[in-house]
Design a binder for this molecule. Structure first.
Ligand SMILES: Cc1cc2nc3c(=O)[nH]c(=O)nc-3n(C[C@H](O)[C@H](O)[C@H](O)COP(=O)(O)OP(=O)(O)OC[C@H]3O[C@@H](n4cnc5c(N)ncnc54)[C@H](O)[C@@H]3O)c2cc1C
Length: 396
């Protein structure tokens, strides 16, 4: 047994058979080939920020932390190819040095780019799809130890599968990314009563590049975050109090630092039901959970995309996430709210707590079987599958 491995929040811990840190793609290919021949399972871990057991295995756990750096970049086409061990933070800095930037980011940037892509990690903004959509090609070590070079031009179906792959297709070693020219953002944070925030939310989401809000159940207040390009004249919020105003490069301004650990359930909902779903969640939280759960509820928007397993597959979406301090019980709270998300057509964030398995997930994803076909083609013997992933995907 290797040393034990735990995720960021501490809610998952397991002992893989072995932890490997290959130096390069060749070493990844050799280790996957040997594992396949020996009938062992391989899972890749990024920065360990997922709180579903996506990387849990009693086989080989692979870290790509030695695969770093930008391989090539093209300033005119706004593209770059990076190695798969890079975090969003390091990639953001390296790309800025080359005049490029990730088009959007989520709440933090400590995850690996590969891990964020594999789970459909998203930020906020009605015109911004999740981060997986920036993947337009790359190199993947498949279950036979062979390297598959793929691109949107040559194999769009593989790209649609690889964008949200849960690590079930193979090990990404390099990723070709569609980026933006480096840009600055002005971030403002506002406090308002939640009723005012909800009444103006759609208008704000249309007027600003990115908008989200945290609802604080005990005070019934919202902290609203608006981000826009510094050159854009965006109106003040007459119903809110400005508490922060900062402008910097996008990679410095979007992500936050999270020292206080938490567990989270997040559902991705059709945009048109978002606010009514939020109101139901709000009513339930106030009625049952306000005294035991001090944490806030986060509301964001995500544009549609066409990745087979993207939670915002083919629909404009909003996301609602519940938080609880790590170490405190969270399942009773999350299980009580989850049926509200499901009744509104929600799809769970792959990396956050949820209770769904293949039989409930498959009807929510119109191209579910296309993903499974691609998975079977690349990994017929299930080298990258674990009992959890078999249940999740419905693979015997
Ligand atoms: C504090 C915090 C803030 C967060 N904020 C957001 C947010 O704002 N928005 C959001 O949507 N999510 C958010 N998340 C969720 C987070 O983005 C996801 O859990 C993400 O997958 C974590 O990336 P990771 O590098 O830690 O990968 P891991 O959690 O270690 O792995 C995730 C998946 O990626 C696969 N994977 C990793 N590397 C590779 C590779 N090279 N090839 C193939 N598969 C690979 C793994 O096998 C696994 O299936 C947050 C989580 C935390 C703890």
């Amino acid at each position: 047994m290797a040393e034990s491995w735990g995720n960021w929040s501490g809610s998952l811990r397991f002992s893989p058979g072995r932890i490997e840190e290959p130096r390069d793609e060749d070493a990844v290919a050799k280790l996957v080939g040997r594992a396949a021949a020996a009938g062992q399972t391989v899972r890749v871990a990024g920065a360990g920020h997922s709180s579903t057991p996506l990387v849990e295995t009693d086989g080989i756990l692979v870290s790509l932390r030695k695969l770093q750096g930008v391989v090539t970049h093209d300033l005119e086409r706004h593209e770059a190819t990076i190695r798969a061990g890079m975090t969003l933070h390091d990639a953001g800095r390296a790309l800025l040095d080359r005049g490029l930037a990730l088009p959007n980011l989520g709440d933090v940037d400590v995850q690996t780019v590969a891990g964020a892509i594999a789970t459909g990690t998203h930020g906020t903004g009605v015109t911004f799809p999740n981060l997986a959509t920036i993947l337009i090609g790359g190199r993947l070590v498949a279950a036979n130890g062979g390297v598959v070079a793929f691109s949107l031009e040559d194999d769009p179906d593989l790209v649609r599968a690889a964008r949200v792959s849960l690590g079930a297709l193979g090990v990404l070693t390099e990723m070709r990314l569609r980026l933006a020219p480096a840009y600055q953002l002005r971030r403002r944070e506002w406090c308002a009563h939640i009723d005012d925030c909800l009444a103006h939310f759609n208008e704000l989401a249309g007027a600003n590049r990115n908008v989200d809000f945290y609802w604080y159940p005990r005070r019934d207040e919202a902290k609203i975050r608006t981000m826009s390009r510094p050159e854009d004249a965006v109106a003040d919020l007459p119903f809110a109090r400005l508490i922060e105003d900062e402008t910097d490069w996008s990679n410095e301004i979007i992500a936050q630092t999270r020292d206080l650990k938490f567990d989270e359930m997040e559902y991705v909902l059709p945009a048109e039901t978002g606010l009514s779903c939020f109101q139901e969640v709000r009513t339930r939280v106030k009625a049952r959970w306000r005294s035991t759960v001090g944490w806030r509820v986060l509301y964001r928007t995500v544009a549609p995309d066409d990745a087979y397993l993207s939670p915002s597959h083919c629909r404009a979406s909003v996301t609602i996430s519940l938080h609880q301090n790590s170490g405190l019980p969270f399942w009773d709270y999350f299980r009580d709210i989850e049926p509200i998300f499901l009744a509104h057509g929600g799809r769970p964030h792959w990396a956050k707590k949820h209770t769904l398995r293949a039989e409930q997930l498959r009807p929510r994803y119109p191209l579910w079987d296309r993903f499974l076909d691609t998975r079977r083609r690349l990994d017929p013997d299930g080298v990258f599958l674990t009992p959890y992933l078999r249940d999740l995907l419905g693979v015997c």
